[in-house]
Write a protein that binds this ligand. Structure first.
Ligand SMILES: O=C(COP(=O)(O)O)NO
Length: 249
């Protein structure tokens, strides 16, 4: 059965911004005309989650860019899911390729964080994606399904997960995946979920694309059957972010 999946756009600010620059992004978003059918979540650096939540329009959610997989205690530098909930933050981005490569986060660790967060009522944007070498070696689907398989070993909370396919070679490079390239992987992810989880989960889960998304390329990508939205980096810091949110109108 063909489910209508709600279009979803996340803004990953990464390690960018100051209190004042983020406040001006928030006020620009507050003034923007946004498609009410699009679910929007923005992820400033954790230091700015509370002021962002306090000033941001209520129809846009905030997300942390990471969270730990233990409830609380002697984990210097980490943030707990209960602390996110304490700050009215209901989302977390997990497994971003920058954390997998730069911070050495393994498939199992990302899956453990995904299980812990969703068990505690935090919704998760779960990132997966291949390197250029892996794509050139035709390992793309093997890589992303291996990353997703690790999650199926630790949780069944798929109603609280949005999958973000972000080919590493497209992140921050301006080299956006073509609609064919993105649609092919999104469809393969949905097919894998249908075989290994359930048809219902495969139909319901949003699979969003990230990697050099812009106001220019978002409309064509949004037309693809299995692309349910975007996870936007650089462009989420610019006024064109509203155009990406409105890609379907
Ligand atoms: O990493 C990304 C994409 O970043 P860019 O849009 O800057 O390519 N999203 O999490």
């Amino acid at each position: 059965y063909k489910m209508a999946r709600q279009f979803f756009v996340g803004g990953n600010f990464k390690m960018n911004g100051t209190l004042s620059s983020i406040k001006s992004i928030v006020s620009a978003l507050n003034d923007a005309k946004l498609d009410s059918n699009t679910e929007v979540v923005i992820a400033p650096p954790s230091l700015y989650l509370i002021p962002t939540r306090d000033h941001l329009r209520k129809d846009v959610e905030v997300a942390a860019q990471n969270v730990y997989d233990k409830p609380s205690g002697a984990f210097t530098g980490e943030i707990a899911v209960d602390q996110l909930k304490d700050a009215n933050v209901n989302w977390a981005i997990l497994g971003h390729s920058e954390r997998r490569t730069l911070m050495g986060e393994t498939d199992e660790f990302v899956a453990s964080k995904t299980a812990h967060a969703t068990d505690s009522g935090i919704k998760v944007i779960f990132c997966c994606g291949e390197s250029l070498e892996e794509r050139e070696a035709n390992q793309t689907v093997d890589v992303v399904t291996r990353q997703i398989a690790a999650v199926t070993k630790q949780t069944k909370n798929w109603d609280q997960i949005v999958i973000a396919y972000e080919p590493i070679w497209a992140i921050g490079t301006g080299k956006v995946a073509t609609s064919e390239q993105a649609q092919e992987v999104h469809a393969a992810i949905r097919e894998w979920l249908k075989k290994n989880v359930s048809e219902e989960v495969a139909e319901k889960v949003r699979v969003i694309y990230g990697g050099s998304v812009s106001a220019k390329n978002c409309k064509e990508l949004a037309q693809c059957a299995d692309i349910d939205g975007f996870l936007v980096g650089g462009a989420s810091l610019k006024p064109e972010f509203a155009d990406i949110i409105n890609a379907k109108i």
